[in-house]
Design a protein around this ligand. Structure first.
Ligand SMILES: [Zn+2]
Length: 300
């Protein structure tokens, strides 16, 4: 079987510059993605809208405002609204965030874009992350589930005053499910309890999977009860791969995520963790998407 050509999930800088030379190009691109079947009112959905003369990318809707009409622009109702940054800047930031497996931190973006304040870059990045949250489909095939902990204080690593060795105090637990050949779904949890783990798995993993592989964490003890064909790998016994039963794929994802968090993101607070997770999840799930940028803009 011939190997598929390596996909190019990311535009080069040259391609990007050629595609978006000015605001008009960005606006046309956004219009085509938002309204592939023709412009409609973002407030009421009406499709019979009227372009405002001499004001490109602005329309008027009389269905939801019969008298004076409701005027909206191409960015109305998107994350690009109510900012003083041109659409070209937004597009560049999206492009930078999608670059590379580990993304680009707000600090790097501030420097590269020449923004006066870190807050501007930070706020734009968070809005984009929220836009990257995709609807989830239940995972099938061979699925691995695992949990990890991010951040927190490291004083407990070697037994601090609290006496907790290898403690997880202050760390944010994240659980993830990954289909070996497909997508990853992750969720930030308060605590990894059996109830929370089971609720997550039942929500995200089809009970028709051919195998659900986890480690021996007690939280996964009763998955067979819900009809899952459950295989356990015992990391404690230095047992990492038993035939198809392993959790290497999800561990690979955690490793990208952790290196991204440590390497390019400073002080990720627990409050924002779901947004960071969504960003990494989006890049992973679109790794074979030939036009990741297009998909991202559609979500904005
Ligand atoms: Zn309307």
């Amino acid at each position: 079987m011939a190997r598929r050509p390596k996909p190019v999930p990311q535009m080069t800088i040259a391609q990007f510059e050629a595609m978006f030379p000015n605001e008009e190009a960005c606006k046309s691109y956004l219009q085509a993605r938002r309204w592939p079947e023709g412009v409609h009112c973002p407030r009421c959905g009406n499709t019979k809208v009227f372009p405002v003369r001499s004001m490109p990318f602005k329309w008027q809707c009389y269905a939801c405002a019969p008298n004076q009409g409701y005027r909206f622009s191409v960015i109305a109702g998107t994350i690009f609204e109510n900012t003083n940054k041109p659409l070209c800047d937004w597009f560049r930031v999206v492009h930078l965030m999608l670059a590379g497996k580990k993304g680009t931190s707000a600090l790097q973006i501030q420097r590269l874009m020449g923004f006066g304040s870190y807050e501007t870059a930070h706020s734009m990045c968070h809005k984009i992350r929220a836009a990257l949250i995709e609807p989830e489909e239940k995972l099938g095939g061979i699925v691995e589930v695992d949990e990890t902990y991010i951040g927190g204080k490291s004083i407990n690593k070697h037994g601090g005053k609290s006496g907790i060795v290898g403690g997880i105090r202050g760390k944010t637990p994240i659980i993830g499910a990954i289909s070996r050949k497909g997508n990853v779904v992750t969720r930030v949890l308060e605590r990894v309890t059996k109830a929370a783990a089971e609720a997550f798995i039942r929500e995200t993993v089809s009970d028709k999977v051919s195998l659900l592989a986890t480690d021996q964490n007690r939280a996964y003890d009763d998955l067979a009860k819900y009809g899952y064909k459950h295989g356990v790998v015992d990391h404690g016994a230095k047992e990492y791969v038993v035939g198809a039963i392993h959790t290497n794929t999800i561990e690979g994802f955690w490793s990208i995520f952790k290196r991204g968090i440590v390497g390019s993101f400073h002080k990720v607070s627990a409050k924002y963790m779901p947004l960071y997770v969504a960003e990494f999840q989006f890049r992973y799930n679109n790794r074979r998407n030939p036009d990741m940028f297009d998909t991202a803009i559609r979500g904005c």
